[in-house]
Design a binder for this molecule. Structure first.
Ligand code: BES
Ligand code: MN
Ligand code: MN
Length: 452
């Protein structure tokens, strides 16, 4: 019955999702402010149509938060669904095969910015509500909180959660904003990394200089910044910031064994992203390096002349954006401080250095023995015919740790994307099969959860 309804309404579901994907709700870029609001209104409208009540678009200092609920009975458990309708900037535009906000289907996949992260996955939840409403009374109470600032750090959502604890009262949080291992190997995410995102600016001479007249006698800030960055990691891929690993929880031999049991094909991994060899911290597997080990990466670096042709210049300034992915029990705040102190300590006397912190977030792990995890696991078994593998994802959803801290609630990270979906990249896409199976799995989750 559920399957049949989804099949019968597939074209409409997709066309509604396409309308959402056409709205360029880029939260990072203020030029899209009106579009971000339009996406919020669209979500609110679709929630109402699916059967949610008291749907409201809450204003914040930034982008709005959409809230809606369907309360069926006092005695039923309450599930709070979280997701985000904002998307990453589509740049670089010239690398897209079709325009990012004009969704198209190719090889049974939807191509558009946000197709997977997270509009496509949020929309599965709205359609799951519609499906359940057609079936009769819902097995659980359900609340929706869909925000528009996830991709820029969820600052205002944090405040909203703290201020609205009564409204958000629930037994568990359900989130589809992560990936499965593959269509053959469904998985449930049980860990996310945290984040400290920093910016470093190095200043040498008080103005750009002629690189012939001064070169060789004055330190070049770009060279100096590169030296400093280079020194942040040793030859074994270990980060050299004093104290960086102090709080990192080491996994037991059993935990490592379990984590490495997940299916992983190194050749396919390399082929997918076009590299000949992998590189990472010595002594750890790829799954460990992305799942349970912290990292440091330069996300952007600039300075000097980057325009057409060649300009001989010894620049005055150089900058880099550097992110660190964190694991339990590292704290974003502490790592930000350690980083700042260390950068200042290693800056040579011939430059001045400025360190700024952008957004951050705490790592999170979720239990596998909770009723909600078990319901999610049963839902995969019912719909996919396979027991999902618990897996640790390398990405971050900072609000998960905050839900635990502020509301005391665990999250179930039941995402349906694939690592190959190119989220945040050109040609982001989402499988129609993932979308449809996702709806079915969510419906099944509520059924199983209501019986726990
Ligand atoms: N949905 C992603 C996080 C994600 C992706 C987790 C895949 C697990 C698997 C989320 O939208 C995201 O991109 N988060 C940012 C952090 C945020 C503070 C900007 C990230 O991980 O870079
Ligand atoms: Mn996301
Ligand atoms: Mn994202």
């Amino acid at each position: 019955m559920v399957k049949q309804y989804i099949v019968d309404n597939k074209d409409r579901f997709l066309s509604e999702l396409f309308d959402l994907l056409r709205i360029p709700s880029v939260s990072a870029d203020s030029r899209y402010k009106a579009d971000v609001r339009e996406a919020a209104e669209y979500i609110a409208d679709k929630l109402k149509h699916a059967g949610a009540e008291t749907v409201k678009v809450y204003e914040t200092e930034g982008h709005p938060i959409v809230y809606g609920e369907k309360i069926t009975g006092e005695s039923l458990p309450t599930v709070l669904v979280y997701g985000h309708y904002d998307v990453q900037p589509p740049d670089p535009l010239d690398l897209w095969d079709s325009p990012p906000f004009e969704p198209v289907i190719k090889d049974e996949k939807i191509y558009a910015r946000g197709a997977c992260d997270d509009k496509g996955q949020v929309y599965m939840h709205i359609k799951a509500l519609e499906v359940m409403m057609k079936q009769g009374p819902l097995p659980c109470n359900v609340k929706f909180m869909i925000e528009g600032e996830e991709e820029v750090g969820s600052d205002n959502l944090g405040k909203f959660v703290t201020a609205n604890k009564e409204l958000l009262k629930a037994e568990v949080i359900l989130i589809s904003d992560t990936s499965i291992i593959s269509l053959d190997h469904p998985s449930i995410t049980v860990g996310l990394r945290g984040l400290s995102y920093m910016e470093v600016e190095v200043t040498g001479p008080n103005r750009d200089l002629h690189s012939g007249v001064y070169g060789g006698a004055v330190a070049n800030p770009i060279n100096t910044l590169c030296d400093m960055i280079h020194s942040l990691m040793d030859e074994h891929g270990r980060i050299t910031i004093p104290g960086f690993y102090d709080k990192v929880v080491a996994l037991s031999a059993e935990e490592r064994e379990a984590l490495n049991k997940a299916p992983f094909n190194l050749d396919e991994y390399k082929k997918d992203i076009g590299i000949n060899e992998i590189k990472g911290e010595k002594g750890y597997t790829t799954l460990e390096r992305t799942g349970v080990r912290p990292t440091l990466d330069v996300n952007g670096i600039w300075g000097g002349y980057t325009g057409e042709g060649a300009k001989t210049v010894l620049p005055s300034k150089a900058s880099a954006k550097i992110s660190m992915r964190l694991v339990p029990d590292q704290s974003s705040h502490e790592i930000t401080e350690l980083f700042t102190k260390h950068i200042k300590a290693i800056a040579p006397p011939y430059v001045k250095v400025r360190v700024m912190a952008h957004h951050g977030g705490e790592p999170a792990v979720t239990p596998t023995d909770s009723p909600a995890y078990k319901a999610a696991s049963s839902a995969f078994e019912e719909v996919w015919g396979k027991t999902p593998i618990p897996s640790r994802d390398g990405g971050s959803i900072p609000i998960v740790a905050l839900f635990k801290k502020e509301l005391g609630l665990n999250s179930v990270l039941m995402g349906f994307g694939l690592d190959s979906d190119a989220i945040h990249s050109p040609n982001e896409h989402y499988g129609i099969k993932n979308f449809l199976l996702g709806i079915e799995t969510i419906v099944s989750f509520y059924k199983h959860y209501s019986k726990k």
